[in-house]
Design a protein around this ligand. Structure first.
Ligand SMILES: [Cu+2]
Length: 117
């Protein structure tokens, strides 16, 4: 049950960093899912600025705020997208909200990106 143990630690970490990220995040009611079923696909919501878009390789580089449900600090990173079509209309420099699914260790995919004013 290595995976379940990891998820539980991640949940504790996410809880302890919640105050830091609270200003930038909507409330994430699915946190309990970490305990209920470690194998379920988990959705996470993040906020950031787009730096670079690579439609050919289904990648987008963003500088994102902390994502409390993942226990991630703010950082600049490449994200994989499942479908490059979600990147249409998104431009470098744009502030966005995005949704990430975790489909396994180190397997994170952005499934939605929405521009913000
Ligand atoms: Cu990151």
């Amino acid at each position: 049950m290595k995976f379940a143990t990891f998820s539980f630690s991640a949940f504790l970490l996410a809880t302890s960093t919640a105050a830091l990220a609270a200003d930038h995040m909507q409330h994430m009611p699915q946190a309990d899912m970490h305990l209920a079923d470690a194998h379920a696909v988990q959705k996470h919501v993040g906020q950031g600025v787009v730096n670079k878009i690579d439609m050919q390789h289904n990648k987008v580089n963003m500088t994102h705020s902390p994502i409390q449900s993942l226990g991630w600090p703010g950082m600049t990173m490449d994200f994989k997208v499942k479908d490059a079509a979600i990147l249409k209309g998104i431009k470098p420099g744009q502030k966005v909200m995005f949704e990430v699914v975790n489909e396994g260790p180190r397997m994170y995919f952005v499934t939605h990106i929405t521009p913000q004013k």
